[in-house]
Design a protein around this ligand. Structure first.
Ligand code: MYR
Length: 281
């Protein structure tokens, strides 16, 4: 039995087999349609979420897990583990990490280390999988946290939304004041800077934006470094698979998968969003 438990939140959108095999505990965030709250991947699947989104005029909102839920999870794990590493979506876009930190202070019989991934989706998932692998190899908390910081330094993610108004409405788009009058006309490439989502470059069409994201990926991949990458999509699996194949054919040094923007992130990014995230191994 590993002495270190790994916890994350649902926005890592990890495949359920990986979660089960690695013994990871996932705390869900929720999407709210009208009066009804759905924990993502528990009460609502990603497919049903996008169906519901297409059928509703009242756009959903999201909420982070309650403090009490984190306390329950940490207390339960304290029965079997000495330490917990709890890895969360960027503190610049959600209060989840801060809530996990507060819960960590409330529990007595286990050491909880909350880790701000400063990103979300599968790039966050890569930290979680690495931490779980290291925990099962009996590495120490310090070694695992150092490795996660090292991964953070080489992690990149660039993404494009079909309609920026969702991010704007939810208050998750920073540094775009200049674009506000023309939110529907432009397709800026977005990325994380200092934990927040900001425009990286202003581009007029989605095609040009995605080509530029390919170029940014190429700058790292062309060095020959071993790269783990993910093409992330908001209900565009075929497009994501085409992108994955194109990248995999060009860069054999990159291990590329396809992942998705699930309900909570999809609420803010909107259907049709696409991106690539990667880190050097
Ligand atoms: C909450 O209610 O606390 C959740 C807020 C989630 C905000 C998500 C914003 C969109 C993130 C796009 C990420 C792209 C990563 C590659």
């Amino acid at each position: 039995m590993s002495r270190i438990a790994i916890v994350t939140d649902s926005t890592a959108y990890l495949p359920s087999e990986a979660v089960e095999q690695s013994g990871i505990t996932v705390v869900p965030l929720s999407v709210i349609f009208g009066e009804t709250s759905y924990r993502e991947d528990v009460d609502i699947s990603t497919a049903s979420f996008y169906e519901k989104l297409q059928a509703t005029a009242d756009l959903p909102t999201t909420s982070q897990p309650a403090l009490g839920r984190f306390i329950e999870v940490f207390e339960e794990l304290s029965k079997e583990y000495e330490s917990i590493i709890s890895i969360h979506l960027s503190s610049g876009i959600s209060g989840t990490y801060q809530t996990a930190r507060t819960a960590a202070e409330e529990v007595d019989n286990v050491d909880v280390y909350a880790f701000d991934s400063e990103i979300t989706c599968m790039p966050q998932g890569y930290y979680v999988l690495e931490a779980a692998k290291m925990a099962s190899a009996s590495e120490t908390v310090d070694t695992i946290l150092e490795r996660l910081e090292e991964m953070k330094r080489s992690t990149r993610a660039y993404f494009v939304a079909d309609d920026l108004s969702h991010l704007h409405r939810g208050g998750r788009l920073n540094g775009a004041q200049a674009f506000v009058g023309s939110l529907l006309q432009i397709k800026p490439i977005l990325h994380f800077e200092n934990k927040r989502i900001v425009p990286f470059e202003k581009v007029r069409t989605k095609k040009k934006a995605l080509n530029r994201v390919f170029e940014l990926f190429a700058e790292d991949a062309a060095t020959g470094a071993v790269i783990r990458a993910t093409v992330i999509h908001a209900n565009r699996p075929e497009k994501a698979d085409t992108m994955r194949k194109e990248l995999a054919d060009t860069y054999p040094n990159a291990d590329i998968d396809v992942s998705y923007f699930g309900p909570v992130v999809g609420t803010h990014l909107g259907e049709g969003g696409l991106g690539i995230g990667w880190c050097k191994l």
